[in-house]
Design a protein around this ligand. Structure first.
Ligand code: G4P
Length: 283
């Protein structure tokens, strides 16, 4: 999904999200577990304000299990509730719903005191593009396929989806912008596939990715592609992988762009391993 964010658009988005926030009791803030900081919106605290919230570390199936726990501890120390989820395979949803009930208990009591028994507890999802918002809505609502609002003849007004007991989810998630003026953030988003309009060409992105993976551990590229990486230039490593994979152009030269897309694609699909790019210790 490509969204051209510009100040006017950001202001409007923020206003419409804030309006929707008045309708809900709790917010699910989605981030990518591989890059929990780069995939968050820079103004998120101000936008959510005092509303109860849960940080959902999504795509946790693609992230390193040890770092998943480290990130949870990190957020816990900051007083932020977090849950590890995998929206595609509906993992972590029970824990999420249990925590949702716990965090909205006061709201229920408050409604009861006011004599409003039937009012459901309402939830809204927020996150940057591609973080998994639609996938999560589908998993929570157990529905497949087209969004309600996309069907002809169906109103595009907000709809509430019943998910469990007295919990209801707003069918339109809030789409926020990342901190795109930061170069490191941009790279992290490009590596994980969050931005499609690449800020770098595919060849340079692959060089940067191989460089980054080798910095984290020399084992990832070595084990996946059976090539030597120690003391080697990322460009040469990619050439080597190209030869091994037979990604050649006529004349026997390595098709650098083809190998580059293979590496990037395999990283995004988790084939090189469960890899967390951002770590709490680096902050
Ligand atoms: P969005 O609404 O926030 O924009 O994100 P969306 O649900 O469309 O998800 C973006 C991509 O991320 C989808 O891949 C989706 O399957 C994948 N995804 C979402 N949650 C998870 C998760 O927990 N684990 C894994 N492994 N993948 C997840 P896609 O359909 O292949 O789209 P694309 O990558 O071709 O853009």
């Amino acid at each position: 999904m490509n969204i051209n964010w510009y100040p006017g658009h950001m202001k409007k988005t923020k206003e419409s999200i804030k309006k929707n926030l008045t309708l809900v009791d709790i917010v699910y803030e989605l981030v990518d577990a591989r890059i929990p900081i780069s995939s968050q919106n820079p103004d998120i605290d101000e936008i959510i304000g005092e509303k109860p919230r849960i940080k959902l570390l999504n795509k946790s199936d693609l992230a390193d299990q040890n770092f998943n726990l480290e990130w949870q501890n990190y957020f816990k120390e900051k007083g932020i509730h977090s849950v590890l989820i995998d929206a595609v395979h509906s993992k972590g949803l029970k824990e999420l719903l249990d925590l949702t009930y716990k965090l909205t208990e006061n709201k229920r009591k408050q409604l009861l005191r006011k004599g409003i028994k039937k009012r459901p507890i309402r939830i809204m999802i927020l996150g940057i593009p591609n973080v998994g918002k639609s996938t999560l809505i589908n998993s929570l609502s157990k529905r497949k396929g087209a969004k309600v609002g996309n069907k002809p003849g169906v109103t595009k007004a907000n709809q509430w989806i019943k998910i469990k007991g007295d919990l209801e989810l707003l069918d339109t998630p809030g789409i926020l912008w990342p901190k795109f003026e930061d170069k490191e953030v941009g790279l992290n988003l490009a590596f994980t596939g969050a931005i499609k309009d690449e800020l770098l060409d595919i060849d340079s992105l692959a060089v940067k990715l191989v460089e980054r993976l080798n910095l984290i551990s020399s084992e990832y590229i070595k084990n996946r592609y059976k090539v030597e990486v120690d003391g080697k230039d990322p460009h040469d490593i990619i050439m080597e992988i190209g030869k091994k994979r037979g990604a050649m152009i006529s004349g026997g030269e390595v098709d650098f762009s083809r190998v580059s897309s293979i590496i990037i694609d395999e990283f995004r699909k988790g084939k090189i391993g469960r890899i967390t790019l951002e770590r709490p210790v680096d902050l």
